[in-house]
Design a protein around this ligand. Structure first.
Ligand SMILES: Cc1cc2nc3c(=O)[nH]c(=O)nc-3n(C[C@H](O)[C@H](O)[C@H](O)COP(=O)(O)OP(=O)(O)OC[C@H]3O[C@@H](n4cnc5c(N)ncnc54)[C@H](O)[C@@H]3O)c2cc1C
Length: 287
């Protein structure tokens, strides 16, 4: 008889089980257990067998490779990510604001991506930074842009024989950084909206400009087309471009609830950031 729960001890064993049974990976369980709950005192049930992956050493750890690429393995918890100074600013900020301490000690990056909630906090900065996600099966490795991997609310391109093994972020040059999450409280609250922005300014010219919005539609919103409105511009050209930029941003975000509040708040934060760099503010974190 097929088992209802597998607890592999190695990645190769896990991939074999996944290929044969399509068992659902369970990491921290902070999404899966909530989704499967049946009521107080009743054992949760799952539509297919589950596979507890917490013993897989191969999926643990955070490293920086020789070329500066940051590698965050799938079982890294939000606390581990938030506490690691090698991790890019926006990712650390997002990780440090997820839930309360107990949740952050359990919730994993693989689970946050695998759950693909539009309100999940980690995809937003990761998409800003063009992160790749590595997907392993027993006979192949696929590497996809996270932006392409997340298809929509709770939908990913994960195949039923695959496991997320790691997230990879190449070095990104930036002079000015901004991260903000609006929730009911500072932490332990699901995002009402979140926004990451970065700019790279050199000799008075905007060399790079990126922004990504969380909880702003069916998935994280980022638009390279809208970003191009500011890239290559001189600082003294920026302020007159703000109305066009924020209008274009308004058009790409599609909040399912409180659209006016979400659009206005996002516009105000974007305008503030652009005004600050336009007035020649020294590089660093803008808050
Ligand atoms: C009280 C509470 C507060 C919360 N607050 C926040 C918050 O502020 N911000 C936020 O973003 N989230 C929040 N969450 C949601 C949740 O904690 C996060 O999404 C968390 O990162 C999920 O990670 P996990 O390891 O617990 O995932 P799990 O529940 O184990 O898995 C989630 C999904 O990902 C899949 N999965 C997990 N690991 C892998 C893998 N390696 N390969 C393939 N698929 C995988 C699972 O099959 C499942 O579909 C909260 C949840 C609770 C209960």
């Amino acid at each position: 008889m097929a088992k209802s729960c597998y607890i592999p001890e190695s990645l190769s064993e896990a991939l074999e089980i996944r290929a044969k049974t399509h068992a659902i990976p369970l990491a921290g369980g902070t999404d899966l257990m909530v989704q499967a709950k049946k009521g107080i005192g009743i054992t949760p049930t799952f539509p297919s067998p589950i596979m507890i992956i917490t013993n897989l050493k191969e999926l643990k750890g955070i490293n920086v490779e020789e070329d500066g690429t940051l590698v965050i393995k799938a079982l890294s918890t939000s606390s581990e990510i938030a506490d690691d100074e090698r991790v890019f600013y926006h990712i650390r900020e997002a990780a440090s604001r997820m839930g309360a301490v107990a949740l952050r000690n359990t919730a994993t990056i693989g689970g946050n991506i695998g759950n693909a909630s539009p309100k999940g906090d980690l995809p937003q900065p990761l998409i800003l930074l063009d992160a790749d996600v590595v997907l392993l099966s027993s006979n192949a490795t696929r590497i996809m842009k996270l932006d392409d991997f997340i298809l929509g609310a709770k939908k990913t391109a994960l195949r039923d024989d695959e496991i997320i093994s790691e997230v990879r972020v190449k070095p990104v040059k930036a002079t000015h950084l901004f991260y903000h999450k609006i929730g009911t409280r500072r932490a332990n609250a699901i995002s009402k909206l979140s926004l990451s922005i970065l700019a790279d300014v050199e000799d008075g010219i905007v060399k790079d400009f990126r922004a990504s919005s969380g909880a702003a539609g069916d998935k994280v919103k980022r638009s390279r087309k809208v970003e191009q409105l500011l890239i290559g511009k001189r600082l003294d050209e920026l302020v007159p471009l703000i109305p066009d930029f924020t209008a274009a941003w308004d058009a790409i975000i599609s909040p399912h609830a409180m659209p006016e509040y979400r659009r206005n708040s996002t516009s105000r934060m974007l305008s503030y950031f652009i005004e600050e760099i336009a007035r020649g503010r020294e590089g660093g974190i803008i808050s």
